[in-house]
Design a protein around this ligand. Sequence first.
Ligand code: PLP
Length: 396
Amino acid sequence: MKIETKAVHAGDRKRDPERPGAFIPVTTPIYTAASYVYESTEKLDRVLGQEEAGYCYGRYDNPTLAALEDLVTELEGGHASLACASGMLAVQTALLTALTDRPKRVVAANALYGATLSMLTKILEPLGVEVQFVDICDAAAVEQRIADVKPGCVIMETISNPLLRVGAIDRVARMCRHANAALIVDNTFATPLLVRPLELGANLVVHSVTKFLAGHGDVLGGVLTADADHAQVMRAINRTSGVGMGPFEAYLTMRGIKTFVLRMERQCANACRIASWLGGHEGISRVHYPADPAHPDAEIIARLLPRGLYGAIVTFDLKDAGKQDIFRFMDRLKLIVKGTSLGDVHSLLLYPAIASHRDIAPKQRERMGISDGTVRLCAGIEAVDDLIADLQQALD
Ligand code: PLP
């Protein structure tokens, strides 16, 4: 079945074998119950003991979350998923799942979302986990780092935030398999429409569903999808810590996912037009966009991304701009929303130095290639000519 069809149907309209003939809601309702009862205590005992499938306590699982989890499992081609209260909780649970029975050592891509970098260096390192960074797009360097560190897991993003670097997930997955390390991929920027990391050999896939999957700027949440080897540990971690999102957010996320393919196609097309327009603007010194034939990872992009779908994000540098120039440019935007997110139906522009990468020391930010003149635009579904007109008047 194609992804457009799965997005609309998967997870919903499950039949209850114990209630044949009962009505079936076309969309999964919002279940708010904290606990569940059965007519027979013997059955409750079996459900509590995990000898029989069923719901007993909201921290363990919930029918609305289960529908969303089944949907994302289908989209990502995984074994099981866990809907989490935030994308960062999905990242954290992925790291705990990967490291539970492996050496407490992580090899991390040096281009990662700022909070993921902070989680590695400010939470895991002080807890005694060794963290080593590597340029994930340099296969030889990754191989060497894995051989030196012998990590329990490797963590990378499909398309990195904000500079849009694309690592060879399939090659890194092969290296991880040989080293008995788990590969965690944050697929937030790509979505399963562009790349399905589990099919390329990754073990755990993370989404901030706050972004493209929910898509309307009204949900904070994450989903972690695991392969068969990691599903049980992932659920066991949740059983003790309760990382689940609320049922209302799960409902909104499912509702959003039904249209995510349509939105994503439009957003990718808009971003592509904007990137080429920015490339010809004299006030712009650098444009990062995966469709660019001169992109440093062009070979990997040609192999892993579908033609015409290069993501909805364009990152660019205003020529000779400092913080005040960027503030002035942002204040002049009339249509594009200056919000600290991405993936919504409306276009969003973010200044990494004060938002996603605020907690990274300025020198390290510069080393990562994020200057004081770098901004990140996520194209929405608006008419692209209106977006270009807004950028034009703000840059003039
Ligand atoms: N991963 C990536 C790539 C992100 O961009 C973000 C947030 O911007 C997250 C994870 C964290 O998601 P959340 O804000 O839903 O916790």
